[in-house]
Design a protein around this ligand. Structure first.
Ligand code: NAI
Ligand code: HPV
Length: 528
């Protein structure tokens, strides 16, 4: 039974998906103060939020059982992703579910601003008739600059084109062809600033986009420009915007989002008809709220019940079928990583993994995360998990490469791992028997067939008679049962590798005795 806390308003349709499952207990507690949330979050396996709840590092820390933070919407700037990743908590959102609503709201803002709708309406309701005070401007033939041509930016572009506007856009991650296909001209940020009569931003709030439109940028713009922010508060610097409006350089502005929500002291609130403000309504339509709530409910349900992970900001998307297919490989890779790490000496500097055969047809990103978790676990223990393993490796300067080959010469499928430390290099490969039974099939130059499980004794020895007898006797004397044995040799009488699975752990003292047996070159214990 999983406990789910919904701390922002979620549509009944989405709640229904969760509440109808006997696997979940759902508590809806909106409007919690930061301390109240911290006080109760420890009881829950999943937390569902919109933009109001701030999922800070402290909330993450207090969420001792937390496995998932689900955002019913797009922006994740209210979730401390790094803190969640470090704790192995999956953070997921629902991109797309509110795109149309937000694009339509952006158009509503552009039009309200151009035709003074909010104040004209308020004036009528005061029984006034002030036609001269509310002279507007046409959109037709004007140029709109779109900063961020993603899902929402693209829908805004299409609608502006339908109004007969010229659309210029800046998005460094989008190809010119994609933009030109719908009639949008991509340019530099400066091109857009200099050419546009209207500028609307549709980028996420990041270190780079925070305050990206400030005094200097406003200075580059056309006199009489109109600015719209339906993305995130602070992408357009509020104080700089107020200064631009005061000087007359900026003719108007429309905002749906604010640095602080609700804003205590918004510098834009004092303006008249040339500033239109809405209280973060972009996604507030019946349709968008049903979309995002149902989506997040299904995503959380599937993730908690092990049926796949979708739209996670810190884990690759895996549909249920793939998840099922990958599960045994995830297990194999984690064991392979841990095994290799335990036989190596020195600080890990490089990890090269090759997926060959059937497995190469899948998205192997989760497998590399599992390998890295296995590799780092012997050093970092509980602090490493699937979600943070690659970022921890990167932080430690470990170079990682991943290769895929649909052909596998010896096995239907093979995961080959090469690791380099500052002292040595090891190569270990593994496969699955009967589609789910993990086996280590190669350790450095030796072919073996070892079961990666429990306590293992790994030895290099000369290929001489009597080794098995001696080892069997020694283990027997110490009351240790040998569960399985595997041998590989380079040539008859040459160097060989022996891998023993034993039912109880080999002590350091016994290991020293093993090393002293005739023809044994080295011995190590691996625990999986
Ligand atoms: N007002 C509201 O209620 C809503 C606001 N939003 C906000 O709208 C924004 C956009 O959402 P989507 O279109 O769904 O996201 P998206 O990810 O589809 O699009 C964002 C685009 O910004 C581009 N981008 C990133 N950094 C950039 C930079 N430095 N300069 C220029 N372009 C950059 C990306 O390449 C991408 O194409 C987000 O901030 C989201 O939080 C989303 C939904 C509702
Ligand atoms: O999806 C987003 O990014 C939004 O800004 C919508 O926010 P909301 O869920 O309405 O609080």
């Amino acid at each position: 039974m999983f406990k789910i806390l919904v701390s922002d308003a979620l549509s009944e349709e989405g709640l229904g998906v969760l509440k109808s499952s006997k696997d979940f207990v759902v508590d809806v507690k909106t409007g919690l103060k930061a301390d109240e949330l911290k006080g109760i979050v420890g009881d829950y396996d999943a937390l569902v939020v919109r933009s109001a709840t701030k999922v800070t590092a402290e909330v993450i820390e207090a969420g001792k059982k937390l496995k998932i933070v689900g955002r019913a919407g797009v922006g994740l700037d209210n979730v401390d992703l790094a803190a969640a990743t470090a704790k192995g908590i999956i953070v997921m959102n629902t991109p797309g579910g509110n795109t149309i609503s937000t694009a339509e709201h952006t158009m509503s803002l552009i039009m309200s601003l151009s035709r003074n709708i909010p104040l004209a309406d308020a004036s009528m309701k005061k029984k006034e008739w002030k036609r001269k005070d509310f002279m507007g401007v046409e959109l037709y033939n004007k140029t709109i600059g779109i900063v961020g041509l993603g899902r929402i930016g693209m829908e805004v572009a299409k609608r502006c084109l339908a109004f007969g506007m010229r659309v210029k856009a800046y998005d460094p991650f989008l190809s010119r062809e994609v933009a030109e296909k719908i009639g949008v001209e991509l340019g530099t940020l400066e091109d857009v600033y200099r050419a546009a009569d209207y500028i609307t931003v549709h980028v996420p709030l990041t270190e780079e986009t925070k305050g990206m439109i400030s005094d200097k940028e406003i200075g580059m713009m056309k006199g009489g420009v109109r600015l719209i922010n339906c993305a995130r508060g602070g992408i357009i610097d509020e104080q700089a915007l107020a200064r631009g409006l005061e000087s007359g350089k900026v003719a108007g502005a429309a905002l749906d989002v604010y640095v602080e929500e609700p804003p205590k002291d918004c510098p834009l609130a004092k303006f008249g008809a040339n500033v239109v403000l809405t209280p973060h309504l972009g996604a507030s339509t019946e349709e968008a709220q049903v979309n995002v709530a149902i989506e997040i409910a299904h995503q959380i349900s599937d993730a908690l019940l092990g049926k796949g992970i979708r739209n996670a900001a810190n884990f690759p998307s895996v549909d249920p079928e793939t998840y099922h297919a990958l599960q045994p490989y995830i297990n194999l890779c984690e064991k392979l990583g841990s095994f290799t790490s335990q036989i190596a000496q020195g600080a890990l500097t490089e990890v090269n993994v090759t997926y060959s055969g059937d497995i190469a047809a899948h998205d192997t990103a989760p497998l590399t995360m599992a390998l890295m978790k296995g590799l780092l676990s012997p050093m970092l223990q509980d602090t490493v998990n699937f979600i943070n393993s690659l970022s921890l490796a990167k932080d430690r300067g470990i170079r990682t490469t991943e290769l895929k080959s649909l052909q596998s010469e010896e096995f239907v499928t093979l995961v080959s791992l090469e690791i380099k430390t500052d002292k040595e290099t090891h190569r270990v490969a593994g496969t699955l028997l009967s589609k789910s039974d993990p086996r280590i099939v190669k350790v450095d130059e030796f072919y073996v067939e070892a079961i990666p499980s429990g306590c293992m004794l790994l030895m290099q020895n000369w290929d001489k008679p009597g080794i098995i007898g001696n080892l069997g006797k020694l283990m027997g004397e110490h009351n240790i049962n040998i569960a399985a044995m595997s041998f590989g040799r380079e040539k008859q009488g040459g160097r060989a590798m022996s891998v023993l699975n034993v039912d109880s752990c080999v002590s350091a003292e016994l290991l020293e005795k093993v090393k002293k047996q005739p023809h044994i070159l080295s011995a190590k214990i691996v625990e999986l």
